[in-house]
Design a protein around this ligand. Structure first.
Ligand code: A2P
Length: 336
């Protein structure tokens, strides 16, 4: 196996890109060379990383000519659509955070705890799922394996960090004047917006459609019944989700909780007697998915409610992408 690798971060100056640097500093991956790209706006910016100063480069069509093993793209769909295929054509394995390739049948959509076996099928591009989907499927997969999910109802409470730096600024500025908003169509301060990404003809938003389609693809359940309402809330970071699940098979609640407890990447926080349940503030800075408020849905024969919280910039984006790179490094596919 090759000993040391070379990695590019595209969108290194953004929220996800900067968090990727933090996660890479924490992990001891066998990567010896890093190159950081952004647009012309921040080319020349200095980034401190692993005790060294790096100069951000402008991304262009020859950026990948020098040869990379991996690139993590977090610079929006248009940048991914244009530059990921260029990078892949030069032998670089791209882990793409945008939605550009997620539903492409030739592109694996991977959450390492759930379906890392899909990585072997990559053809140069691997898609990182939507942040809300990632944390949901970490909890859903072990339950689907054991009890076979019949239907899912998602209701999300999503942090502004998921909308990038401008979204964070709209909350920080605490403005209620629509003219001064940088990202959202209405004030996010003191408000909840049932509107994430654009509206589609069927009345759903694209974020809702992403959750539905990506969950089906990752769980390999193309016909699974799912509905979703995704809401932006005035929380800086970490998404919370209420997930209502109906199963084909019946279950004992203790067994179901034990199944979740032993599943990879999950921490159970569930003790009403001490007001213990997952909280956005406590999930910040962690890579695990926190699950609590686990209780039967008494309105149907075999259903439960879960409250699922995770750091959307870490597990929902940067950390998941880096975990994919980690898996690839330890797999033989890279040697093909
Ligand atoms: P830049 O700093 O030059 O704008 P966020 O989602 O937090 O706003 O971050 C978006 C990231 O994607 C930033 O690093 C941004 O760089 C980068 N980016 C945006 N457009 C391009 C582009 N055309 N080429 C390369 N990087 C881009």
């Amino acid at each position: 196996m090759k000993k040391q690798y070379k990695l590019a971060i595209v969108g290194a100056t953004g929220l996800v890109g900067r968090t990727a640097l933090t996660v890479l500093e924490e992990k001891k991956l066998p990567i010896s060379e890093y190159v950081f790209f952004a647009s012309s706006r921040s080319a020349g910016t200095k980034l401190n990383f692993m005790g060294k100063e790096y100069i951000v480069r402008e991304l262009n069509e020859s950026s990948f000519d020098e040869g990379f093993d991996f690139a993590i793209f977090s610079a929006g769909g248009d940048t991914s659509k244009k530059y990921s295929p260029i990078a892949a054509s030069k032998g670089c394995i791209v882990v793409d955070n945008s939605s550009a390739f997620r539903m492409d049948p030739n592109v694996p959509l991977v959450v390492p705890e759930v379906n890392s076996e899909e990585l072997i099928n990559h053809k140069g591009i691997i898609a990182n799922p939507n942040c809300s989907t990632i944390q949901a499927v970490v909890a859903l997969k072990p339950l689907d394996d054991k009890y076979h999910i019949k239907r899912i109802v998602y209701s999300t409470y999503q942090a502004v960090s998921g909308a990038g730096i401008k979204g964070v600024e709209d909350l920080e500025n605490q403005t209620c004047d629509e003219k001064n908003l940088k990202k959202f169509p209405h004030p996010i301060f003191n408000n909840c917006l049932p509107h994430i990404d654009v509206f589609l003809e069927n009345g759903y938003t694209k974020e809702e459609e992403k959750m539905i389609n990506e969950t089906r693809k990752i769980l390999k359940r193309p016909d699974l019944k799912i509905t979703a309402t995704t809401v932006r809330v005035p929380v800086m970071n970490s998404h919370s989700e209420s997930i209502n699940i109906e199963f084909e098979k019946d279950f004992h609640l203790e067994d179901l909780i034990s199944t979740l407890k032993h599943a990879p990447g999950i921490i159970i926080q569930d003790d009403p007697s001490t007001n213990t349940y997952p909280l956005a503030l406590n999930a910040n800075g962690h890579d695990e998915v926190f699950v609590g408020r686990i209780r039967r849905d008494d309105s149907i024969p075999s259903g439960i409610n879960l409250w699922v919280v995770a750091d959307n910039i870490r597990k929902g984006a940067a950390s998941n992408a880096i975990q994919i790179v980690e898996k690839l490094i330890s797999s033989s596919k890279l040697e093909n």
